[in-house]
Design a protein around this ligand. Sequence first.
Ligand SMILES: [Zn+2]
Length: 211
Amino acid sequence: MLTQYHIEIMLASLGGRLSPRAMSVIVQANINQDRLAGQIGHDEFHFDNNAFDKSYAYIGEQRALAVSSLKSGDADSAWKAFGRFLHAAQDFYAHSNYITLWVNRFEGKSLPPPPEVDPMDPDLIHSPDLRSGKVYYPFELLYFFPRTRALSLRILPRDSHAWMNLDSPEQGFKFDYAMHAAIKRTVIEFEKMTGGFSEEMCRLFLDNKNR
Ligand SMILES: [Zn+2]
């Protein structure tokens, strides 16, 4: 997803739950995953290239790091790890065909509106048809420039990131479903992580005292 949408997802899902200071560190760590050095060779940051196992392992590892950092009183490292793995969880809906598989279930019926999307349907998450966009370098780079976007789409196959992504509203109606799924998933990840926190860890992580 483009940076502005990651920020929008973070505010829509977690705005008001943590202090502005905490939110700022988390959001910065989230969007920093899309820096150039985080794009190349890091499929697990973005659920690219069908790297599902690697991406889930990355989320688990960063979640564990967030928890261990908090236990040692280091909220800053915990916020950064949380922001990093939320980026991956959000990109899942933009870079895989999860939303397409969900929408396709309603063929011939009326499609529920985007806020009703289910972000965690186990049958779809484990579907043999689940795929994510392959990144074909260097042609994929042409996709990011307006002048060469059409050319890149002529060159790149249908299973490429360029064809499959739901990174912005330009990609059509499914983008709204990806946004709502990412917002809901972010709340789920927040609740999953903080659910196991002690009172002291909650105080450190939410940072509410400093408001
Ligand atoms: Zn990304």
